[in-house]
Design a binder for this molecule. Structure first.
Ligand SMILES: *Cc1c(COP(=O)(O)O)cnc(C)c1O
Length: 222
């Protein structure tokens, strides 16, 4: 993508976020734009960095480990978010590489991350991913198991800052966003990671603190 395209797309997304926030009586700077760069190479990411974006999301540990160390050397103040499923045996790598993990969703991963954080002496913030539409094929903690999982995470000092969801495809997402917001409130959590390219404005009006936007910034993934 050309640099001016990146600048325009980034400006348009930031503007849409600000407008949605104001509609909901929220401050625009209460919403963090996570630019999801999965499947895009360093040459596609650099124009977005040059346009001023510093917060990026990846969904696979290995892909991120291949791309980001070099980009980070060029631009040290990057913050990297893991938005995809995390296998327990990659917990060490994830803790070393990422600043925020959005996909904590099961007791075995609570244990693996706690151990990895103790060893690394580094504690990335975590979102608990909720399987908000109760879909069999999707990651995320079932709603009925959320309280227990949060309790387990607290008992090993995982820094859980909020909840994350990916609503079912092709249906109106607003009720799912509203439900996630209610669950977060009920559990005293302030962070809400919700909203992607197709629905991030809706998510912002319903309280998203982090929107994960890929296609709208980088174009289609091939
Ligand atoms: C790919 C991905 C995104 C970004 O999706 P777009 O529709 O391209 O904006 C957001 N969240 C997660 C978990 C993803 O895997």
């Amino acid at each position: 993508m050309r640099s001016d395209d990146s600048e325009q797309r980034l400006a348009a997304a930031r503007d849409a976020i600000a407008r949605a926030a104001r509609r909901a009586d929220r401050r625009p700077d209460a919403v963090e734009l996570v630019a999801v760069s999965k499947m895009h190479d360093a040459d596609t990411i650099r124009p977005v960095l040059r346009a001023g974006q510093r917060v990026f999301g990846e969904n696979r540990v290995q892909e991120a480990a291949a791309k980001w160390p070099q980009l980070r050397e060029e631009t040290p103040d990057i913050r990297l978010h893991l938005v995809g499923r995390l296998q327990s045996n990659k917990a060490d790598d994830a803790v070393a590489l990422f600043d925020v993990i959005h996909s904590l969703d099961r007791p075995s991963l609570v244990k693996a991350l706690a151990k990895a954080m103790d060893v690394a002496g580094r504690r990335p913030s975590c979102f608990v991913q909720v399987n908000i539409g109760a879909e069999a094929q999707k990651g995320g903690c079932p709603i009925g198991e959320l309280s227990d999982l949060l309790e387990q995470a607290r008992s090993v000092d995982l820094p859980v800052i909020g909840l994350m969801c990916v609503p079912p495809l092709d249906v109106e997402p607003a009720p799912y966003f509203a439900l996630l917001a209610k669950l977060a409130r009920d559990h005293g959590l302030g962070g809400l990671s919700m909203g992607m390219s197709g629905d991030y404005e809706t998510a912002v009006t319903l309280g998203a603190t982090h929107v994960r936007v890929g296609t709208a910034l980088f174009g289609a993934r091939t």
